[in-house]
Design a protein around this ligand. Structure first.
Ligand code: ADE
Length: 226
């Protein structure tokens, strides 16, 4: 999968994809992430990318021309399955959206700044708008990093244990069960006996029950009675 990210502050995206699981995805050739500096497509000697909002009001708006020129230059080398604008008024990201995006070949993410991007770009080029939650960030970069992380780990072959993404929280609308590691007893606090029993089937049942109990208690809004 190739994910291109258009950003006015590319420095914000240097580190997030160079560690841990996403680093491995890149090393295995399963994921390529390119950050494109929008300023390179800016207008005039000041490389302008934003301007005042028509109709007045505070805050700048990202201009059509740099965005369109940047997009067209990228489209010379690839066709995008989705052109995604990160914005607080988009669809709230969830595991289902990440699952479906992880099966695509080429994605383009666009990070907004200031008051956002010219509405005409959204109308004419953007195919999907995603928010990472009901709060406002100062730009779309951190939201893009969250989106790439949640998609990247789902790409087939990225996780070593192929089943492990399937047991994540939110797959099947259930939270993950609690997990424990050594030592068996830490300052008097003990790992549940069932996990030390060696009974695989019983352990699976226990984990499932724990998932249900946790989901009912912590996220009744996503819990669905079978
Ligand atoms: N840009 C600013 N706030 C955002 C949010 N909550 N989600 C996605 N992009 C954003």
């Amino acid at each position: 999968m190739i994910i291109d990210i258009i950003s006015a502050v590319p420095e914000l995206l240097i580190s997030p994809f160079n560690h841990s699981i996403l680093k491995r995805a890149k090393e295995r050739g399963l994921l390529e992430v390119n950050v494109i500096d929008l300023r390179a497509f800016g207008i005039g000697s000041h490389k302008q990318i934003d301007d005042y909002a028509y109709g007045g009001g505070s805050g700048m708006v990202m201009m059509m021309e740099p965005l369109v020129n940047c997009l067209r230059s990228l489209q010379i080398s690839r066709t995008y399955n989705e052109i995604i604008y990160l914005t607080p008024d988009g669809l709230t990201l969830n595991q289902k959206i990440s699952n479906s995006l992880s099966l695509k070949n080429n994605l383009l993410l666009i990070c907004g700044h200031y008051k956002g991007i010219d509405q005409r770009f959204r109308d004419q080029f953007v195919t999907m708008e995603i928010s990472i939650g009901d709060y406002v960030l100062s730009g779309g970069e951190l939201a893009a990093a969250v989106l790439v992380d949640s998609i990247g780990r789902l790409i087939p072959g990225v996780l070593n244990d192929e089943t492990s993404a399937l047991t994540d929280s939110f797959q099947d609308n259930l939270l993950a069960p609690p997990v424990y590691t050594r030592p068996e007893i830490f300052e008097g606090s003990k790992v549940p006996d069932i996990l030390l029993s060696g009974h695989e089937a019983k352990i699976e049942d226990w984990r499932y029950e724990q998932s249900i109990e946790r989901t009912k208690r912590l996220r009744p809004d996503i819990f669905k009675e079978e």
